[in-house]
Structures are given as C-alpha cells and as structure tokens.
Unconditional design. Sequence first.
Length: 256
Amino acid sequence: MFASASIIGRAHRLRQQNNHDFAITQTTTDGTLIGLVLDGCGSKYKNDNGIQASQNEVGAKLLGEFVIRYLEFHLSQDSDLINMIDNLYDASLSFLSSLIELYQFDEMRKQQFVYTNLLCTMIGFVMQENTAVFFWRGDGWLIENETVIDLNANNHPNYLAYDLFTEPRGLQKKIVNGSTIKRIGVATDGWDEPLLTTLTPQKNEIMLQRWVNMQAKQTPNFEDDASIAIYWNEMSVGDKMQGSQGASSHHPPISS
C-alpha cells in the first residue's frame, strides 16, 4: 500500500502562511515505486535593499514534479539505478538553471530569485524488487522498516539550489536490500521520531491523511509543515513486490 499526506504546521496556520511542503508518490508501469517529499525554505531573504519574503514552496512543487517525471522516464531507459540517481542530480540542477535563464537576471537578482523561490529540501526513494535507494539533499527523515533515521542539519539544510553558486556536491544516497523491506518512506522535518514510529498499520491515502489530521490536533505535533510518502509491503518478505499507485498530492542522525 502506497500513500502520501501533507499538513500545514500550526505555526504557519497562525501566521496564515502557505504549506511549504510537498509530497508525491508514483508507481511505474513495471511496478517500481517512487516516493518524494520536498520542503521549501520559509526564511526571509536579506540583502542591502532590505528584507524580501520568500515563496520557496513554489520551487519545491516545480522541482518535485520535474524529479518524478525524470525518474519515471529514465527508469524505463536505464537499468543502473545508482547511475540514474547520480544523473538526477545533474538534471535537477539543469532544470533549476533553466528557470533562471528565462528571466535573464544579473547576479544580484539571480541570487535573490533563487533564495526566495527555489530553496527546498528534497528527500526521495526508488524501490524495485531487489533494490531500494534513498536519495536526499537537506534535512528530514528516512523510514526503513522499524527504523527511522534523522537527517539532522542543525536547522541549516544543504539545499540543492545552493549548488547553482558553488561546486557540485551531488545527492546523498543510501542503498537498501529491497527484498527485506516491509515499510519504506521519506518525511520532511515537521515529523518527529515518535510519530513516525507510531505510524505502523497500513493506511491508504484517505486513512493516512485522516490520521495526520487527527495527530495535528494534539500539541506539540506538527508545529511545522509536514509531508510524508510511505509504502507498506503487503507481501511476505521474498515475494514479488506489487505496488499500488498513490496520488500526488524528515538510531543516529545523519548530517546533511
């Protein structure tokens, strides 16, 4: 069972801000599962001209849709999953760069545009029958069976779009034996370990969103925006994986 859910954090609701998070799940025609969450940076941008509000949820949604389409297409073309994830990094940077080129900004305006529209964390997984690969830039959570892994960045996420101004740093990756997976997922940093550990029964899209909504009524859950993409394997270990498509709609910490 494959599902995603997203909710506006309590702090953002009080300030009447948009949901900065985005979650997508996709099942390809050959049964490969793709789960992805993104979290747009909510910080304001400061420069010599003052303070600029940010709307990085826009970049999160644009990048998320691009990544899903890229993976969906190249999974049918490339049998080397690790190589494809490495190429995804270059393709994602090229995609972000192409957005900037449309505006023909000078360097100052380019940085302002990137820092107010394109800064977002990206955490995803691709799961095939025998192999699963997590990939990410920024903070959040990985879910692997009963283990949840904190991608701790000390509130300074290493956003992918930073690489438009620095040397390439690639995507971080973790390879998993797909045949042992009972539960796999990714979540943004609005989640915490107790909530993710509690989320064990299989839930479809509607049930998952309802569960998230109910948890949000209990303080201090979901002070920040939160999104999740998660798959529960309904087969026994070793059986052929059969994924069901979800609708589109963050143990020791690992430093980003």
